[in-house]
Design a protein around this ligand. Sequence first.
Ligand code: 4AD
Ligand code: MG
Length: 429
Amino acid sequence: MLTTIGNVSAHVGEQVRLGAWLYNKRSSGKIQFLQLRDGTGFIQGVLVKSKVSPEVWEAAVELTQESSLYVEGTIRADKRAPSGYEMDVTSIEVIQQAQEYPIALKEHGVEFLMDHRHLWIRSPRQRAILRIRSKIVQAVRGWLDGQGFTLVDPPVLTPSSCEGTTNLFHTKYFDEDAYLTQSGQLYMEAAAMALGRVYSFGPAFRAEKSKTRRHLIEFWMIEPEMAFVDHEENLVIQENMLTHLVRYVLENCREELEILGRDPASLEKVQGPFPRITYDEAVELLNREGMEFTWGEDFGAPHETKIAESFDRPVFITHYPTEIKAFYMKPDPSRPEVALCADLIAPEGYGEIIGGSQRIDDPALLDERFQQHQLSREDYAWYMDLRKYGTVPHSGFGLGLERTVAWICGLDHVRETIPFPRMLNRLYP
Ligand code: 4AD
Ligand code: MG
């Protein structure tokens, strides 16, 4: 039976067998130190020349970076070791002597690393990010499940758009035209009418020609949708979900945050209630700060960063002009030129991580929007049905996973937040 490095604390003083890769190695002539990793952690294997057979000693001498092996030895607690434990190696069984590894233990350019993404993910930093990504999903899903939400999976191939037609990914669906989903929202609205509170977790595709640190072509979204929930309550739910998420990472990913050099202090400030400003106030703030901005435009990354600088925690920007937002957003009844919507802007320049709104529930107004946005009534007939058969006030939002991971991990680009990023100029590996 194999033990894992993550589990060696339960085997101090025992002889164990690990399956591992050689991460690094150094030698003092009479002693060799093998840095071993197995996916669950790192441990140093120690070989003393006078204590092992010449075959085992030679096998260790020959080991190249990323060679795979079974290794046996005794686990010893050692306060000086980063993991707290070391292994006194007694035998080595090489599975494969790896060829010269392209990602040597030195600095490499980003393009080179991206070309070798399939190998790059083995590095401690990348592993830490992928573990935090997994924990974030666990946190959000656990929270939603605990709040009585039901997971519903919307389709990936869709006949029409959700977030505007400019960045749809087109494909053929036999003889019909189809698009990769931009968002599961419209289907989640149908599901909310069936199950009350629902959420989806899946990929979204946007053929965006923007090459920024925040945009991916393929990204993952968590999209809760709730019947009988209005704009106000929608914000409270987002706040509670996000504070839970951050606390969960702080409690479960200390080691990973440390590997990333992420100071937890700024994350510890993420407590509700989050500040809220209206779009109008945000425009004023920008102009006051010397960034010329006209009412009716949409915020770009520099604007969001500037707004976020005034706050030490995520900030909601509410009531955007209806004109610049999606067709389904409910206008504010007291001021129809703005919508009952909010974007949640992360601190430290990470930009919008959540977009959400109350949805139009009135069939006549929805029909008007179809015309204004030149969306075919026929394509959206099923969606209109939701307003014909027991329409109710309802709201929802989408949390972008990669931007959330980038913020929590303190990364300067979303490309490291997903195992195999799809970007404007990258479909490989
Ligand atoms: O603001 P968006 O476009 O909203 C929607 O898709 C709604 N239908 C969600 C809903 O109400 N159910 O996208 C939501 C979030 C953004 O806040 C951002 O975090 C992320 O998805 N996002 C992207 N992340 C990476 N790359 C892109 N190209 C992204 N576009 C949006
Ligand atoms: Mg948005």
